[in-house]
Design a protein around this ligand. Structure first.
Ligand code: PHB
Length: 390
């Protein structure tokens, strides 16, 4: 029976509910972030650095992005494109993530981008350089905190020609990253008057370089361009030196050849010239603070991969803040990012209409344990984003 007392109780409860202060209001659901990165294989260390960088930025923000606490889901993609669709679907369908972060390998990143595009899931790519991701396959919900393969390739081609070299051989892994960096290199080098006289490659992730090094020795180009990374880069740089080539035919590359690898490469890397959107010795307050915090937290030095992970988190934070944490509002997220300036340890950068960083490509020379910045190979370089109609 409805008594006066129950009536009074109901009124009091209703009044109390209305008076709940904002601080007791329900917290927004956690933001589900899916890391699809390599934890095994030749790129394992790269995956770790990306995750470390991401977590560092998140910690600096008190554990929240766009007002939401973050919960992580992870798959080891093994840098294997044939497993990429299954892996990305685990994150999207099983774990229901709000945003995908990945990957390192261009082929894996391409497969992720395809699935992200068709499902509409927000994706920030913290490395994989496949040109099409921010070219013909570009999409409103797909972003890069890294580079397109063309960017560092083109820049080092111009820098090699500026050093007076007239002929070059290229040597890379045979897959999108190797093919596209070598293509960018060729464009930069030949536009500046050079000529690529030999193009060599081997399947990813093979490291049997001897036969190809013999070919370089007999072709006698003025210089060599190469792209390898992670464990493969360590072995290539050492083998190039042991084969006695380094003195007579200077080695150039995209900066991945010597980033995060110098401890293992030792003296064989000394003097190698590369181009990349990050370098040691930038000596800006922003980079110095980042490096100190990274070294303190993870007991190791940061590299380009750590910066890309850190900036993926920054981009996510900037975009989500603009849409009040709603990761499904990809239009609003994108509109904010293309207007933003990202205050990266690499230097400030903006994001192109195709969602790729517009950034300086530094010229770096290996000296001791550092990729010392020695100049800017290409200032504020924007990828041509061929085929993108955003
Ligand atoms: C790529 O596959 O796009 C890739 C992998 C490793 C790097 C750079 C690019 O260091």
């Amino acid at each position: 029976m409805f008594t006066f007392n129950t009536y009074r109780f109901t009124l009091i409860a209703a009044a109390a509910a209305l008076a709940i202060p904002a601080s007791y209001a329900q917290a927004p659901a956690k933001l589900k972030v899916g890391f699809m990165l390599p934890a095994t294989g030749t790129f394992a260390a790269l995956g770790t650095a990306i995750e470390n960088g991401f977590r560092l930025y998140l910690n600096e923000q008190g554990g929240k992005l766009g007002g939401r606490e973050v919960e992580f889901f992870k798959v080891d993609d093994e840098s294997d494109p044939s497993k990429a669709i299954d892996n990305v679907n685990k994150l999207i369908k099983r774990d229901n993530v709000d945003v995908l972060i990945g990957s390192v390998h261009s082929g894996v990143a391409m497969a992720m981008a395809r699935v992200a595009k068709s499902s509409g899931t927000l994706m920030i790519n913290p490395n994989g350089g496949a040109d099409a991701i921010t070219g013909s396959m570009c999409a409103v919900n797909i972003f890069r905190s890294s580079f397109s393969n063309w960017q560092p390739g083109f820049a080092i081609g111009q820098a090699m020609a500026a050093k007076g070299h007239k002929t070059a051989a290229t040597i890379t892994w045979k897959y999108a990253a190797g093919d596209e960096m070598a293509k960018g290199f060729k464009e930069g080098f030949e536009k500046a008057g050079g000529k690529v006289t030999k193009e060599l490659n081997l399947p990813f992730p093979n490291v049997e370089f001897q036969a190809l090094l013999t070919e370089i020795a007999s072709a006698k180009p003025d210089a060599v361009f190469s792209f390898f990374a992670g464990g493969g880069a360590v072995k290539f740089v050492k083998d190039y030196d042991s084969a006695g080539l380094k003195k007579g035919i200077p080695l150039f590359g995209t900066g991945f050849l010597t980033d995060g690898t110098l401890d293992a490469q030792g003296s064989s890397a000394q003097g190698v010239l590369t181009s990349l959107h990050y370098a040691d010795g930038l000596n800006t307050p922003r980079d110095n603070a980042f490096r100190l915090a990274y070294a303190k937290t993870f007991k190791m030095q940061p590299d380009v991969y750590a910066v890309q992970g850190y900036d993926a988190a920054q981009m996510l934070g900037v975009g989500l803040a603009a849409v009040k944490g709603d990761a499904k509002n990809t239009e609003g997220f994108a509109a904010a990012l293309v207007k933003a300036t990202i205050d990266s340890p690499r230097g400030k950068f903006t994001i192109s209409k195709a969602h790729n960083p517009i950034q300086n490509m530094y010229l770096r020379e290996v000296s001791g344990k550092e990729n010392k910045v020695v100049g800017i190979a290409s200032k504020s370089l924007e990828d041509p984003a061929t085929g993108c109609n955003l």
